[in-house]
Design a protein around this ligand. Structure first.
Ligand SMILES: *Cc1c(COP(=O)(O)O)cnc(C)c1O
Ligand SMILES: [Zn+2]
Length: 413
């Protein structure tokens, strides 16, 4: 039996033909409904161990997967007795072999596979860096044509572990939100398919495997979940994974509390949630956005249009789980990241360093008790250990609002 999709607005369920939205046009995040209520772990080396709860029929072979391990060193520094790390990145001695070093690769694998099963055309991806790198890698391995739109600031992050194939890269002035706007326009052209971001169930369920892997490794749903968030998609995915685990019956009955962090001074989600407001008001929640975004170290956390208010989105996740949001300075993130590297031996992505600082703040403020079972999502890291980085070279550079003069057929590497 195949999985179905359900609209959170009208409740209608229907078979998955690659939809990103309800056929009746409702504004809400579709959710996948899997026939297997109990998770059976498959004999696969990577993420597709969890294919029961991924929206794909076929299972491509990859070693890429989240890993979960108990923290000793960092836990001691933070003052926790039961801290678990969910890590996606490159650290062979931990069994972690994600060459592009972030949990965006967990999104890319099922997204590309789902597109192959349900859609056609060139996949269009807008990225601040990590998503583009992940999709470039997976597109090469899976023989899927993709078009990446990346702000110049993120260009140095677009590399692959083998020379890139099937990838066309366009660089642009402006930030991540400008890249999304250009990608949207390109998707109006025939032959181009949007990857859909948070609206794509494959992206969310792919990210949700971090939470599944943690619950399976720990033996239960953790009490607290800590992550650095830009769009909040990873946190929505953790909530959805927890709901499935509760329905499974073997992992506990309580949703985890969400402790989510953004990098000061750009913290729209923190600001809106602290006011318990469902909508983000740009003047209040992200004043001087461009300047604020430029001042942030972890720029993968700077999304100006996150899926927060949308039904089934981050506001609903925080409301269901109970949640706290933290604004973290560059300095606090840097020192927490260094502490993590010293104690766990993995260099964290700047966004993961923000999560490390949030965990320190949460314990400090008494939001997390010292014996609570805590999952810290180290969403990226291990860059220093990656053996080879082949940089992908842009075929064109454009300004915000422009369309590329010609969209080239073939990749330039
Ligand atoms: C994208 C990203 C995040 C933020 O994830 P969201 O789902 O957008 O909130 C955190 N850490 C890393 C390393 C990322 O690449
Ligand atoms: Zn609907």
């Amino acid at each position: 039996m195949n999985h179905l999709l359900r609209c959170p607005v009208c409740g209608k369920t229907f078979p998955d033909h690659g939809e990103l939205a309800c056929p009746d046009g409702h504004h809400g995040l579709l959710r996948s409904i899997y026939p297997e209520k109990q998770l059976a772990i498959r004999n696969e080396p990577g993420i597709f161990r969890y294919a029961d709860w991924l929206p794909v029929q076929q299972v491509p072979r990859t070693q890429s997967s989240p890993v979960t391990f108990r923290s000793l060193g960092f836990a001691k520094e933070v003052g926790l007795s039961n801290l678990w790390i969910g890590f996606t990145g490159y650290a062979p001695y931990k069994g972690a072999y994600v060459p592009t070093c972030s949990f965006k690769e967990l999104e890319a694998w099922p997204t590309v596979q789902r597109l192959k099963e349900t859609g056609v055309g060139t996949l269009v991806v807008a990225s601040a860096g990590n998503t583009g790198r992940a999709f470039a890698e997976v597109a090469g391995v899976m023989n899927q044509q993709i078009l990446l739109v990346v702000p110049k600031r993120g260009l140095e992050r677009i590399w692959t572990s083998a020379p890139a194939e099937n990838v066309t890269l366009i660089a642009m002035d402006g930030d991540y939100s400008d890249a999304i706007a250009i990608a949207d326009k390109i998707c109006d052209l025939p032959g181009y398919t949007p990857e859909g971001g948070a609206r794509n169930v494959a992206r969310r369920d792919g990210m949700g495997t971090v939470f599944l892997d943690a619950a399976v490794t720990i033996g239960k749903i953790p009490d607290h979940y800590v992550q650095g968030v830009g769009s909040g998609t990873g946190a929505i995915a953790a909530w959805e994974a927890a709901l499935r685990l509760i329905a499974d019956g073997r992992f506990g009955e309580t949703l985890p509390r969400l402790h989510l962090a953004q990098n000061l001074p750009f913290i729209p989600l923190v600001s809106a949630w602290q006011a318990r407001r469902r909508t983000i008001i740009p003047e209040i929640d992200m004043p001087h956005a461009e300047e604020a975004i430029r001042a942030v170290n972890a720029d993968v956390l700077t999304n100006r249009r996150p899926p927060y208010a949308v039904p089934g989105g981050l506001f609903d996740a925080l409301s269901a789980c109970g949640g706290r949001m933290y604004g973290i300075t560059n300095a606090a993130a840097e020192s927490a990241g260094l502490l993590f590297e010293e104690t766990e031996g993995i260099d964290p992505d700047p966004a993961a360093a923000v999560a490390c600082a949030a965990l320190l703040a949460a314990v400090d403020r008494g939001n997390i008790g010292e014996d609570a079972c805590v999952l810290l999502n180290i969403t990226g890291g291990g860059y220093k250990a990656v053996p080879q980085k082949h940089h992908v070279v842009p075929v064109e550079t454009i300004r915000p609002g422009e369309l590329p003069a010609s969209i080239p057929e073939k990749s330039h590497v």
